[in-house]
Structure formats: C-alpha cells, structure tokens
Write a protein that binds this ligand. Structure first.
Ligand SMILES: *Cc1c(COP(=O)(O)O)cnc(C)c1O
Length: 387
C-alpha cells in the first residue's frame, strides 16, 4: 500500500508537468555546458560573477588542500575550526561592515539557525510572502507566530506590526527575491524594525558579490549602516563561486548563534580548502567592477531585447538584478518553450509551482559575467522565433 501510494503521487506529478529531472553536466559550471555529449549555453546557474571555475579559486583550493588537508574532522565547537575558517570570518565581517561573522555549511542551514535562535513561542515573525523556502522552514522550526505580508508591501507590514501583541518581533526577508529578481525595500523595512523594536533578518543569497560598492551586497546597495538590530545572511555558493554561507551581525548576536544554533553546533565544519578558495574569491569580488559592469550590460541587452518580442502574453518581471524571469503562466507551455530552447542548444530552467505561485510558471534566465553579448543575443533570437 505505502509503495503504491508513493508511486501514484509521482505519477500525478508527472501528469501535472511538475516532475523534476536532473541533468548531469560533463564539465565544470560555466556558460558552456555539456549534457549527454551535447554542447549547450546555460542560463541556469547562480554563478553571477563566473567565479565557480576561476583559475585563481582553483589554485587557492589546491594550495589550501596541500596546506590544510581536505576535511575539517569535527564541528566548529569541537576541533573543526581551522585557521582558514577564522581568517575567512574576519574577512567577511570587515567586508560587510559588521563586528563579527559566523560561517555555516549552507545558506539553508544558516537560515535555520538564525530564526529559532532569536524568536520562539510567544514571539512573531513578519515574513514577505515570496521569501525563500529555507526562510519559511526556519519560521516553522522556531514555533513563532507566522505573519506573512504581501510581497514588498510596507504599509501592510506596518499594520501587522501595529496590531501585534507578540513579545519579540522579527522581520524576515530575501534581499533579492530568488524567483523574481526584484529587491526588498530594505530602508523602509529597517525603519519599521527601528520603530517597532524588531529584528530585521536579511537573506542576501543573490545580492552578495553582485550589488553595492565592490559587491558588498544589498545593504551597501541601499547605503544602510550595520545597525545592531540587523542580521545579514550571505551565501558563498552563488556569486562567491564556492560553497557555504555566513551570518554577519553584532557580536552579541553571533555569540548567541554560536551557543544555540543546532545547525551550527551539530554539523561538521566545512572543508578548509573551500575556506581558502573563498579567501581568493573575496579578493576577486572586491576587485570585480569589470565583471559587474559586463553583467549590467548583459542585463540591459536582455531587457531591451525582450521588450521588443512581439508577444503580449509573456511578461518580463521588473528585475534590476542578474535574475531575469520571463513569466509564461501555464506549466505545460513553459515546459514546451524550455524544451524548444533546449533543442536549439539553449538551457533555461522552467520554474513551476510550488516554487512559484500557481499560474506564474516562468523561464528563470540568470545572467552571469561569464556570458557574452553574443550568447545573450542567441537566446533572444530563439525566443523571437518561438514567440
Ligand atoms: C540559494 C538560497 C538559499 C540557500 O543557500 P544555500 O547555500 O544554497 O543553501 C537561501 N536563501 C535564498 C534566497 C537562496 O536563493
């Protein structure tokens, strides 16, 4: 019975056009991908600066492995905290302007650490409706009351905060929304956090390395100070090109996370060779204005090109970032277009519910500094044919 039930649910997913399938890459991450022996141009990765396979990072990782080995051997609080981890934390704190930073194995685990450490029963979380899945899970884990406000809607949030009788309040948001590419109104959110004495937790998975002066992230983009009530989470597997994540905040907050976060305490510290690669990555990010300028040019080229497509049903979302979704709407049509692009050697992911709201299936084009104007042109040409 339990087997048949499970198979039935898998069949239903297949039927609804919702069954996901992995493709195996036969080479490193980059705009040129080989899958099943076929060469494709990929618009799928979050490697926004093209650092995932950068020679400087590869060299730093190899040198790091020779000096520090491959494994950390234990959790950070036991004996897994090696000098490259400590150096990286200091560098991340200085780069983001916070007193301290704490490394995590993944962004998912960092989010699961932050929310339950700061709020619990009798408290309330105020979360943007389009927040990333890891933030949604973090709220559930915390057992705090879950108050969701319409996407980016400051006045709706203000009403919820005004009405709330919760002991502690925490505002929780993506900085750059992962399936839409738009920015949260961070200055307004911080002002509300100040007014209602709430924490503000910002998940900058898609802004760190890309936005702000020297790629310092979304807070820098808005010129926001490292306020004491602000907790900043950045991931290191996207623009930074490696793996892991960090939380940057006031010293007291970081010390508390170190003492209390189960996803920090009960897990093996990340590989020291990755910390060494990330040290090199931060240097390239800080000196990466040329990469970012090229990325902005590609984004402008893409938006300009899509605006000229004669198809009123497809909707380009108002995104100023490297995430450039084209909303098609129907699941099957989105899959069909993604399939037709794939046939032409262009790999663009079709994002469907439950990742995005029902009826808003989309092609999620992500552009990186490693793409060329010609590659973006090829994608636009193919879409023009299909439109
Ligand atoms: C990718 C992502 C995460 C998770 O980060 P990982 O390091 O990949 O686990 C968290 N939040 C957002 C908004 C993301 O896009």
């Amino acid at each position: 019975m339990i087997w048949e039930e499970l198979q039935g649910e898998l069949d239903a997913l297949q039927h609804a056009g919702l069954k996901r399938r992995r493709r195996t890459l036969e080479g490193p991450c980059g705009p040129q991908a080989t899958v099943d022996g076929r060469d494709l141009i990929s618009f799928c990765s979050n490697d926004y600066l093209g650092l995932a396979n950068d020679p400087a990072l590869v060299e730093a990782a190899c040198a790091g492995a020779r000096a520090w080995g491959v494994g950390s051997g234990a959790s950070h609080l036991v004996s897994g905290h090696l000098a490259p981890h400590a150096a990286l934390e200091e560098k991340l704190a200085a780069f983001t302007g916070f007193p301290r930073a704490l490394l995590f194995s993944t962004g998912y685990m960092a989010n699961l650490a932050i929310v339950p450490a700061l709020v619990g029963r009798h408290d309330a979380v105020f979360a943007d409706r389009l927040n990333h899945a890891s933030l949604i899970d973090a709220v559930q884990l915390s057992r705090a009351e879950n108050q969701r406000y319409p996407h980016g809607d400051l006045s709706a949030l203000e009403h919820l905060l005004t009405a709330s009788r919760a002991r502690r309040k925490l505002i929780l948001t993506d900085a750059v929304f992962s399936m839409d590419g738009d920015l949260a109104p961070l200055p307004g959110l911080l002002a509300l956090a100040e007014r209602f004495d709430a924490w503000l937790v910002v998940d900058d998975a898609h802004g760190f390395g890309v936005l702000g002066r020297q790629g310092r992230g979304s807070l820098a983009h808005f010129n926001l100070p490292a306020a004491r009530r602000l907790i900043y989470m950045g991931t290191l597997g996207k623009a930074a090109g490696a793996a892991g994540a960090f939380v940057a905040a006031a010293t007291t907050v970081i010390e508390w996370l170190e003492q209390r976060s189960r996803t920090y305490i009960f897990t093996t510290a990340g590989s020291p060779l990755v910390a060494c690669a990330l040290d090199a990555s931060l240097d390239l990010i800080a000196a990466g204005d040329a990469r970012r300028d090229h990325l902005w040019q590609l984004i402008a080229q893409w938006r300009d090109g899509v605006a000229r497509l004669a198809n009123a049903r497809w909707r380009l979302l108002p995104s100023p970032t490297a995430i450039q979704p084209l909303v098609i709407g129907d699941n099957h049509e989105t899959l069909r277009i993604a399939g037709a692009l794939y046939e032409r050697g262009l790999w663009v992911p079709a994002i469907r519910p439950p990742t995005v709201p029902v009826g808003s299936a989309r092609l999620r084009v992500s552009l990186t500094a490693a793409h060329s104007a010609e590659q973006v042109g090829q994608l636009l040409d193919a879409l023009r044919e299909l439109a």
